[in-house]
Design a protein around this ligand. Structure first.
Ligand code: ADP
Length: 578
């Protein structure tokens, strides 16, 4: 039941209850007033009557005459009662019927009159079927009593008219109150109902519906707040829908296959590219294993979910196809992980083509470069030692030497990067290797008065001796190259049970901090426009990084411009044999 209906019912009950209560109060007031007025009047009349009857108490006929006349005059029934309660005269019956009347000694008004002088009561008369007002008065000390009885309605006649008037007024006022109240309730309830109907319609999807902003201030505020709320909800829904569509469009058009799986390894969602890559139906709900049909592809999913960390794998597929699979664990939303399958076949093919091209070019250039160098040497030996041509011949042989170095590095790097290089693994003493390399480069260092100091206990690592020496060589070469004359290059080998750390420290020109992350890239060289150092190939550190990776070692550098640089290679340690 609506609140307004309930309120109307309550008001109706209140109005009716108030009307009943007020009328009953009015009735009681009227009754009291009637009793007081009637009792006063009858007191006086009974007093006169008592005086008149007193002398004829022993004469029934005289009594009868008096009571009949008085009854006519006063419009009342008059009764004379002996002290024993026997009625001796009654205007309401014939003298012959007197003996049939009941004894009146017990009547309350009679008993009260005998003891107090007067008494009254209102009783219903079964004979007359009306309420009667009785007033009795003692006539003499013996206990004779005269009693007057009047129909109560007659006494109340005038007051009754007032009483009905008052009741009508009460009813009118209560009705007016009720009508005003219900109109007010309806006035307040209507806009609330309209607002709630509109709100329900909006909730049911009728987004065009707006709440009317009219009526009471509170209702206007409420409607306006709901309208604003509706607008912001619609805006939010539109934004979410836009984002969803964008997400779906990206998901559907991504060049990588994407699959989201739940905790039971069932597909939650997959994009069209995944279907294309796997050539399988990837509908939601299908078990991932059935869709992948490859243990190697499934493994990173298992690992990511088990470890709670991202996992990656490169999977070779039939027909020179290579996929990189990355799986990232997810939490919430009923999903356990998202897997991304990236087809790197063309990238791999391009890489291998690039490597082949570089190695072919290097190979082809090696012979002409060797010929140029040889020719320059011959020219020098043919008596051009002191002539004008001498400086030109020197330039030719220096540049030919540089080109040879560059070709060597390029060939080396391409070979190392291809992963085709096979390491001749064995136990290598890092410190001893460092000493040998230092001895090899000693003449070049000495020519610039640069000292090389090698420190450290013997430290065994596992790897290819020749390649480890190449790492050390590249680092010491750079240290000498970028150091000023007369300084010292310090090579040290330290470490613990877990790793052996080779450090090559110089006090040369240093590397600006912003360049540090890039010096290990192929062909990258710090801008040395103002430096006197002979430019290199830019491949030395790239070779160091790749060779270190092949040995599961890491390389890092610390450097400050004008102070020097320290390169560190951390090799995993093998236990020294006793
Ligand atoms: P490059 O043939 O130019 O030496 P690298 O790959 O060995 O090529 O080094 C890349 C760049 O890193 C160098 O050009 C140089 O700018 C910087 N670099 C390497 N080692 C040092 C060093 N010890 N001191 C200062 N700069 C260095």
């Amino acid at each position: 039941m609506r609140f307004a209906t309930r309120l109307t019912i309550v008001m109706a009950l209140l109005a009716a209850g108030s009307a009943i209560a007020l009328s009953s109060i009015v009735s009681r007031l009227v009754d009291r007033s009637v009793e007081e007025r009637s009792s006063e009047r009858l007191q006086r009349e009974s007093s006169l009557l008592a005086t008149e009857i007193a002398p004829v108490l022993g004469e029934p006929l005289a009594q009868d005459r008096i009571v009949r006349r008085a009854a006519l005059d006063l419009g009342a029934r008059i009764t004379v009662i002996r002290p024993d309660g026997v009625v001796t005269a009654d205007s309401g019956v014939t003298p012959a019927e007197l003996s049939s009347l009941e004894n009146h000694a017990r009547r309350p008004e009679v008993a009260a009159a005998r003891s107090n002088g007067s008494g009254f009561s209102v009783r219903h008369s079964a004979t007359l079927r009306r309420d009667l007002f009785y007033l009795a008065r003692r006539i003499d000390d013996r206990g004779y009593v005269v009693r007057l009885a009047l129909p109560y309605d007659d006494l109340r006649h005038i007051e009754s008219q007032y009483e009905w008037g008052a009741r009508a007024a009460i009813a009118l006022v209560c009705t007016l109150l009720f009508v005003t109240g219900s109109v007010a309730v309806r006035t307040i309830a209507r806009p609330i109902r309209q607002a709630s109907d509109a709100a329900l319609a909006v909730a049911a999807g009728d987004t065009d519906r707006t709440l009317p902003e009219e009526g009471l201030v509170e209702i206007v505020e409420l409607s306006s707040a709901i309208n604003r709320m509706k607008k912001s909800l619609l805006d939010a829904a539109a934004r979410i829908e836009r984002e969803r569509q964008l997400g779906a469009a990206v998901f559907d058009t991504l060049p990588d296959g994407i699959v989201v799986v739940d905790r039971h390894w069932r597909i939650v969602d997959a994009n069209p590219r995944l279907r294309e890559l796997l050539r399988a139906d990837c509908a939601a709900g299908l078990p991932l294993v059935d869709v992948l049909r490859d243990r190697e592809l499934f493994a990173p999913f298992e690992e990511a979910v088990k470890s709670g960390r991202s996992s990656h794998a490169t999977v070779a597929r039939a027909g020179d196809v290579t996929w990189e699979v990355s799986v990232h664990p997810l939490s919430g939303g009923g999903a356990a992980a998202v897997g991304i399958i990236h087809d790197v076949s063309s990238f791999r093919q391009n890489e291998s083509m690039r490597r082949r091209f570089v190695s072919d070019i290097s190979h082809e250039l090696r012979t002409p470069v060797a010929s140029i160098a040889a020719a320059a040497e011959t020219l020098a030996s043919l008596g051009a030692r002191e002539g004008e041509e001498r400086p030109l011949i020197d330039v030719i042989s220096r540049q030919a030497g540089r080109m040879r170095e560059l070709l060597d590095d390029l060939t080396d790097l391409t070979f190392i990067e291809s992963g085709e290089i096979a390491l001749e693994r064995g136990s290598v003493d890092l410190t001893a290797t460092a000493r040998e390399v230092a001895a090899d480069v000693q003449p070049a260092a000495q020519s610039r008065h640069i000292g090389i100091v090698v420190e450290g206990q013997s430290a065994l690592i596992e790897g290819d001796r020749r390649r480890i020496a190449q790492i050390v060589r590249n680092l010491i070469d750079n240290a000498i190259k970028f150091s000023s004359d007369g300084t010292t290059v310090r090579v040290s080998v330290e470490g613990d049970d877990k790793q052996a750390v080779l450090s090559v420290a110089d006090s040369g020109e240093g590397i600006p901090e912003r360049e540090l992350s890039r010096i290990f890239q192929r062909f990258y060289q710090v801008d040395r426009s103002r430096s006197k150092v002979r430019p290199g190939s830019g491949l030395g550190l790239a070779i160091v990084k790749h060779l270190a990776q092949l040995h599961r070692a890491t390389v890092d550098v610390e450097s400050a411009v004008g102070v020097g640089s320290t390169f560190r290679v951390r090799f995993p340690r093998i236990q020294e044999e006793a």
